[in-house]
Design a protein around this ligand. Structure first.
Ligand code: SAM
Length: 337
């Protein structure tokens, strides 16, 4: 394959290299911001699952280095983005970094340094990593938490979605612990049948929730992004108690009260006074005086679809003393006498 062939096939890959982004994913965050203004007024941000670091670069350039970035690279326009280069410390242009800005980036993998970005290496599903991130804010709040986390896909769709769900849950747990009121949370999701549910669950703690697929995200990929704005937890909600980190190993829900313990009522009609629909009872029930007699169903189907299948092999009629499993007649023979 020629050197330029991937550049030709993937405009975002090519533009990312031209403009010094570590990955084409930078454009996803830029397009999310273009649509929802998520970087507006942000001075404290967390980038979860950050390596190799293109989202952190966006945060570093926009928030810390205060650079203007033109967003979507358009194939038919000339490069108006040419000022977006070399943020890794050796650029010529004069930079006046905003020292009030705090950006914390976390990944399992190590990441090359970036200006104004505090880097942590760890697993975001671990309590110790969550605590380390929370510690960085010293009791202060973040305005934005983003998570572009993706597991190594197995190809087994349900397992991949499950693991992705664990990453979203862990990221949300961290977000709920560091976000200030009205803060924003963005996370990669896999599009699936439960997205409506996810959207509604997020609406319980954020005022605005969107699911967005930037044009830099390939159509063939099942990824999309949940964009949750205006963090607004219910009164008394204590995210420290939120699963998956709740009493690791012990799961003691008794300590949860009020808004932190919502139990959805589910009435089971399961006392011993009625027959259990899952139990096989003897034909002659205890206490019944009349001997068991077979009754035909009250109303048989009038025109069942199987009625036309006269030539199909029929099962032997089951009599009381038949063994439980009836052997079907061989194809082409009839068991009818
Ligand atoms: N946003 C990044 C960028 O722009 O460069 C790309 C992120 S990449 C698609 C997904 C990252 O998720 C990988 O670097 C991977 O190491 C990280 N990751 C996956 N599971 C993780 C976990 N449990 N904790 C921390 N990072 C994780």
């Amino acid at each position: 394959m020629g050197k330029g062939s991937k550049d030709k096939r993937d405009i975002y890959y090519r533009k990312a290299k031209e403009h010094g982004w570590r990955a084409r994913s930078a454009y996803k965050l830029l397009q999310i911001d273009e649509k929802y203004d998520i970087l507006e007024g942000v001075s404290k941000a967390v980038d979860l699952c950050a390596a190799p670091g293109s989202w952190s670069q966006v945060l570093s350039r926009r928030l810390y280095l205060k650079q203007k970035i033109t967003v979507s690279p358009r194939y038919d326009l000339d490069d108006s983005n040419d000022n977006q280069e070399d943020d890794d410390g050796d650029e010529d242009e004069k930079i006046e970094p905003d020292e009030n800005v705090k950006i914390v980036a976390v990944d399992l993998q190590p990441m090359a340094p970036l200006p104004g970005v505090i880097q942590l290496q760890g697993d975001i599903t671990k309590l110790s990593t969550a605590q380390e991130i929370i510690k960085q804010f010293e009791g202060d709040f973040a305005d934005l938490v983003v998570c572009d986390g993706a597991p190594d896909v197995t190809g087994l769709h349900c397992i991949d979605i499950y693991i992705q769900g664990q990453l979203i849950l862990a990221a949300l747990h961290i977000a709920c612990n560091v976000l200030g009121k009205e803060g924003t949370f963005v996370a990669k999701i896999f599009r699936g049948k439960d997205n409506d549910l996810l959207h509604n669950q997020f609406l319980t703690i954020f005022k605005e929730v969107y699911i967005f697929k930037p044009s830099s995200s390939r159509n063939s990929s099942i990824e999309a992004f949940i964009v949750a704005k205006k963090y607004n937890p219910p009164e008394g909600f204590d995210p420290k108690l939120m699963t998956p980190f709740l009493n690791v190993g012990e799961r003691n829900f008794d300590q949860l009260t009020g808004i932190n313990r919502i139990i959805i009522p589910f009435m089971v009609c399961g006392d011993m006074s009625a027959y259990d629909s899952d139990v096989t009872y003897p034909l002659q029930l205890e206490g019944e005086e009349e001997p068991y007699t077979y009754h035909e169903p009250v109303q048989k189907p009038i025109d069942p679809p199987y009625a036309g299948m006269k030539n199909m092999p029929q099962p032997k009629p089951v009599s009381d003393d038949s063994p439980e499993m009836e052997v079907l007649a061989k194809p082409g023979t009839s068991t009818k006498s």
